[in-house]
Write a protein that binds this ligand. Structure first.
Ligand code: FES
Length: 317
């Protein structure tokens, strides 16, 4: 954990708060990769993940952009309404689940709304290293287009798609990815509908799966609600315990009910902090962070959302 001080608050666009953080003791901050995020620990045990949007070569500060969520469960609304310059926050070290491919010949970024934040740090890296890139930035209105001046000043290809100016409301996916070249990688971060459309059309148009990269801020509401009907047993090999996972209960919730408290953060399959090794049994993966290959090999699972297909699952706890 790192103690940081809020050194600047800015209004980046309508409903988007810019937060600058520096180490409380003035020390150098842990370096990060473009696209990385940090966990921000808030009062009441809330933990929220926010992407770092500044230049990854900076070690004296982290910059976040936080969108005010209409369905905020306390995180963004607290930051927007109550956070003040000079406040102290506890954060995690940066983690990268949405990184740039070093094999790509060029990068195509598709950002929806606040999904611009990890992409902004990726574009900064491209600019610094002279790697070709283009951005499709989809926003509800121009007032919501955070960081647009900075993005346009980079001198690359920036295509702004404004819902309330286009008449159709939704960007044409073919326009976004219809001309992706071999070797070009596509990165998409934004609302679930946009990412699902890019994933679907990308695969249909023959873009290799490994060239498509996604970062989700929220899990699908269906997935969160659907914890399955199936009851199964989780065996904790090192602790020598057996716990029944009831219907409508996650493995993590079952472990907590039995007094075991493994690390976690998002509880939605988005952050990888609750990953646990699998020793035997069959897993139904429901997370958004393991690659297809990782899910196939099933060496680990996210205990906040994933479940067992077998009656028993032995995990490395
Ligand atoms: S707590 Fe984030 S993936 Fe499980």
């Amino acid at each position: 954990m790192i103690q940081v001080k809020v050194t600047q608050l800015t209004r980046e666009a309508e409903g988007i708060l810019g937060i600058e953080l520096r180490a409380a003791d003035g020390a150098t901050l842990v370096p990060f990769e473009p696209g990385a995020h940090i966990d921000v620990h808030l009062a009441g045990g809330l933990t929220r993940q926010y992407s770092l949007c500044n230049d990854a070569s900076e070690t004296d500060r982290y910059r976040l952009g936080v969108g005010l969520s209409a369905t905020s469960r306390g995180g963004s609304s607290y930051l927007h309404k109550s956070l003040r310059e000079g406040d102290m926050l506890t954060i995690s070290e940066p983690r990268t689940l949405f990184g740039l491919s070093r094999e790509a010949t060029s990068h195509r970024f598709i950002a929806g709304g606040i999904g611009i934040t990890p992409i902004l740090s990726m574009i900064r890296w491209c600019v610094r290293h002279g790697v070709p890139w283009q951005l499709h930035y989809c926003v509800r209105s121009r007032m919501c287009a955070a960081y647009l001046d900075e993005l346009c000043a980079f001198g690359g290809e920036v295509h702004l798609h404004v819902n309330d100016e286009s008449g159709s409301g939704v960007p044409d996916i073919q326009t976004l990815i219809g001309d992706v070249k071999p070797g070009e990688h596509v990165y998409c971060c934004g609302p679930g509908g946009l990412m699902d459309a890019v994933s679907h059309h990308g695969q249909q148009s023959g873009i290799p799966r490994e060239n498509l990269h996604f970062e989700r801020f929220t899990a699908s509401p269906v997935q969160v609600a659907d914890k399955s009907e199936r009851v199964f047993t989780i065996v904790l090999a090192r602790l020598g315990m057996r716990c029944v996972v009831e219907r409508n209960e996650s493995i993590l919730e079952s472990l907590e009910r039995h007094g075991v408290c493994p690390p976690f953060s998002c509880r939605e399959g988005l952050c990888r902090s609750c990953e646990v090794g699998v020793l035997s049994g069959e897993v139904e993966h429901r997370d958004y962070v393991l690659s297809e290959h990782e899910q196939m090999s099933s060496n680990s699972l996210m205990i906040c959302v994933s479940r067992a297909k077998s009656d028993e699952l032995v995990i490395d706890l």
